[in-house]
Write a protein that binds this ligand. Structure first.
Ligand code: AMP
Length: 413
């Protein structure tokens, strides 16, 4: 499904394209039509599934479609309540991005910071308000916030909101809005108290559930680095020097890749062992032993060589090359995380591997956070690098391989 199929309007589609989103995530596919129809909604979805856009896009579309004459002044018509400042700020940034080509205005208010600048913005008028409960009620008491025109109320991270003791505030906020509003409730988990709240305030809500694939839901922090293919080794060295510590398993697609990286890391003073299909059983056992007893802390392997081998509880996995089979990604990263500690998975993605990332994200139902702050960024418009052989090629026609050459063919893993 594409964003166009979801009937979003042109200004939104343009902003979505500029944000680099190709297709909607599962929660977006399910949620956007329900919100556009004006229904109440209770959705269980975690951060990382694309849930912010799932409510922000249809809200913007609804507001865009029925705008009042500007002279009447802007009224708050969508209210998003979030338990924490950080989340509120993130939601605010999302709304700003998606509303770039509309004249809809949004702002964020939260506690722990000066109230005056927030009052100034509110006095100028906004269509969308993103707020933490305490500051919202405070500003409402001061008559700076008027909730009489709210058409859609979003309660984000409802479980966290209740855990943080905001239940009474949330109920109060709900009562301050008009009775016939639309309510969208998002929660990572659905404990009884969230169900209870939903039962009291939602009107025949549609239920939507999107949970990350269980194997990827384990506590693993995943990060994605977009990097030109030719800079992958430099980026890997940079990460090993500055970011990634402990016992590390690096995956490469081919044994040539494994050997090449091994040479570079050894030259740079790292203690490294490798596993690939060309090694004898003895060599492999030896390499594993050295890694397991901590004599070396880095092991570079191909998937095939690492399969079935008991190397778990790693501090980090680096996907130097991305797997073209999405399930392999899940197996690889599932090896990180020591009992009780979270594991780390770092993926280096070059222009030609973007399609792999797309299918991985579809499988695990998570948008892997992208780290842009690194020395070898990939130009978003970069085309895959083509490696041209210096040879002009054989003068003989390509054809079926002879028996001799088949025998000579070596395994690449
Ligand atoms: P969220 O679950 O709302 O915190 O979103 C997680 C991340 O996914 C954010 O960085 C979004 O910018 C990104 N994102 C949301 N929707 C899409 C999409 N359809 N395609 C790609 N990335 C997305």
């Amino acid at each position: 499904m594409s964003f166009k199929d979801l009937n979003l309007n042109k200004p939104l589609l343009r902003a979505i394209a500029e944000a680099g989103y190709d297709d909607p995530t599962l929660i977006q596919e399910k949620t956007i039509p329900v919100v556009l129809e004006g229904n109440d909604l209770i959705a269980s979805a975690q951060t990382g599934t694309g849930k912010t856009a799932a409510f922000a896009l249809p809200i913007l579309q609804l507001l865009f479609d029925k705008q009042d004459a500007p002279k009447k002044g802007k009224k708050i018509r969508a209210l998003i309540v979030s338990p924490t400042r950080e989340l509120a700020i993130q939601i605010g940034e999302n709304f700003k991005t998606y509303s770039t080509y509309t004249n809809l205005r949004s702002t964020v208010i939260y506690g722990g910071t000066g109230i005056e600048p927030q009052i100034d913005v509110l006095n100028k008028g906004v269509d969308i308000l993103i707020a933490t409960p305490g500051r919202l009620l405070d500003l409402h008491k001061q008559d700076v916030v008027n909730l009489d025109y709210v058409e859609t109320l979003v309660l984000d991270e409802a479980d966290l909101m209740l855990d943080m003791g905001f239940i009474d505030d949330v109920k109060k906020i709900e009562r301050l809005c008009p009775e016939d509003k639309q309510i969208l409730l998002f929660s990572a988990t659905m404990p009884f108290k969230v169900e209870q709240l939903a039962n009291t305030i939602l009107k025949s809500p549609q239920r939507i559930e999107v949970t990350p694939t269980s194997s990827a839901a384990k506590d693993i922090s995943q990060v994605l680095y977009y990097v030109p293919k030719r800079n992958k080794i430099e980026l890997c060295l940079h990460l090993l020097r500055n970011t990634i510590k402990g016992s590390i398993l690096i995956f490469r697609r081919t044994k040539f890749g494994v050997d090449k990286l091994e040479q570079t890391l050894l030259k740079n003073g790292y203690k490294v062992e490798t596993l690939h299909g060309d090694k004898t059983q003895n060599d492999r056992q030896e390499a594993l032993k050295k890694f397991k007893n901590g004599y070396v802390n880095i092991l570079i392997a191909t998937d095939v060589a690492a399969r079935g081998i008991d190397i778990n509880e790693l501090d980090a996995v680096i996907n130097f090359d991305l797997p073209n089979v999405p399930e392999t990604y899940v197996h690889r990263i599932g090896r990180t995380g020591r009992a009780g500690n979270i594991g780390h998975a770092y993926s280096l993605c070059s222009a030609d591997e973007k399609t792999y990332i797309k299918s991985i994200q579809q499988l695990i139902n998570v948008q892997i956070p992208v780290e842009e702050d690194h020395p070898y960024p990939l130009d978003p418009k970069a085309k895959p690098e083509v490696h041209r052989s210096k040879k002009t090629g054989s003068k003989h026609k390509k054809g079926r391989k002879g028996e001799g050459s088949k025998k000579k063919k070596k395994r690449w893993y």
